[in-house]
Design a protein around this ligand. Structure first.
Ligand code: AMP
Length: 394
């Protein structure tokens, strides 16, 4: 069933409720990366061009159903006003008579941003009464919050049944198109790179990739759990002892399916996790030292595999990239993804942030705005938000 999209509608001054993903990283009340706000601009502009009255809603962080000042969406609304060079109404409430009146009073092309949806317990509970209150803010519902599409929340799923029309925004449509190329008969070889902290977070992704890809490159802390599964020395590296058996099973499964799995052959090690610690490049990790990044030989080997890829997917940093001495592997991987002639997708979260920080985002075919959502998509799961939109179209 195809996904209904906002660009199919004949819009003219309609009242639109739009779910966005303004779940941006913040430090001391300031937005440190506004990528997700920028990603919503094409749809917002399209709605403004058609003189719609736009009510934007989003979550930010995990306030657990109670107001928390530092998780207010007010800074995001201010940033949006700067980006659009437009006045924006901010509503401290998410639902209720007053907000509905503010929405009705918006001028043609006017925008209102609601306070963090998760300040209301109904959002994450998927409460139908809350969903129906939200739906009163628009005859048309546009969901452009790709990063939240895997959540069955009121503003993602429940709201759909209470509006006349529900469609995906341009960002969601673009994300789905890009990720679908990885799932639907990708051009081969398909090379996947997985890194980051934990095997346990990504078990189902591994299982899915073991069925689909030709080569799997593993880095980050999770590589040490896989090395332990192959009985390789890991010194004092971070390992999930209770996942070693599982890692062994994943390796066996890959072998059965003919998927080549590469683990780091050299490492940047230190005795402690700090920027100032003494570091060494080693092929065998000595006792008392821990692996904090892939080494240069591994980075070259992984880059060579990516150069051969016709399709590539990357999720998770290769080391503790937040600290300069352990960021080289992640940087090398980002460069290799950018240089690869194949179709390359960076799957959200830390790897997307790393690519952004390094100024390489423009050189990728697609950088997903959704970490969890993009992983669930390539696992082959139907995301609840997409399912609701498709079902509404009927
Ligand atoms: P994830 O959220 O699973 O993508 O994991 C990202 C986190 O993994 C980052 O904060 C990294 O600092 C951390 N990480 C990556 N490699 C290592 C490593 N070798 N040892 C410890 N932490 C790591």
């Amino acid at each position: 069933m195809s996904l209904p999209c906002v660009d199919e509608l004949e819009l003219n001054g309609d009242a639109v409720l739009m779910r966005v993903d303004f779940n941006v990283p913040m430090k001391d009340g300031k937005i440190t990366d506004d990528t997700r706000i920028r990603a919503a601009l094409p749809t917002i502009r399209l709605l403004r061009d058609h003189r719609c009255k736009i009510v934007l809603c989003s979550h930010l962080g995990r306030p657990k159903g109670k107001a928390e000042r530092k998780l207010s969406l007010e800074p995001a609304a201010a940033r949006l006003a700067e980006l659009l060079d437009a006045e924006i109404v901010f509503s401290p409430e998410t639902v209720g008579e007053e907000v509905e009146q503010l929405a009705r009073d918006l001028p043609a092309g006017g925008i209102m941003v609601l306070e963090n949806l998760r300040f209301h317990p109904g959002e994450q509970a998927g409460d139908d009464a809350f969903a129906s209150q939200l739906a009163r803010m628009g005859r048309i519902f546009v969901n452009d919050a790709f990063g939240a599409m895997h959540r069955p929340d009121a503003s993602i799923v429940g709201v759909v049944s209470h509006v006349d029309v529900a469609v995906a925004g341009l960002l969601v449509a673009a994300e789905v198109e890009a990720l679908q190329r990885l799932v639907d008969q990708p051009e081969r070889p398909l090379v996947a790179v997985l890194g980051g902290a934990k095997v346990s977070d990504k078990i189902t992704v591994f299982e899915s990739l073991a069925r689909r890809c030709d080569t799997l490159l593993i880095g980050g802390a999770m590589a040490y759990t896989f090395m332990a599964a192959r009985d390789l020395p890991i010194g004092g590296s971070r390992v999930e002892a209770d996942r070693v058996l599982l890692a062994r099973r994943i390796l066996e499964r890959c072998e059965e399916k003919g998927v080549a799995v590469l683990l780091p052959e050299d490492h940047i090690v230190a005795k402690e996790l700090s920027e100032g610690a003494e570091t060494r490049v080693v092929t065998t990790i000595p006792d008392g030292w821990m692996g904090l990044d892939i080494g240069p030989a591994t980075a070259s080997r992984y880059a060579a595999e990516l150069a051969k890829a016709k399709t590539a997917f990357w999720n998770g940093p290769m080391g503790v990239f937040e600290m300069a001495p352990y960021a080289k592997g992640t940087l090398a991987l980002a460069r290799a993804m950018a240089a690869s002639a194949g179709y390359g997708v960076v799957g959200g979260g830390d790897s997307a942030a790393a690519v952004q920080q390094m100024g390489l985002a423009d050189q990728m075919d697609h950088v997903s705005t959704g970490g969890g959502a993009s992983l669930e998509y390539i696992e082959g799961k139907e995301l609840p938000g997409l399912k609701a939109l498709r079902a509404k179209r009927g």
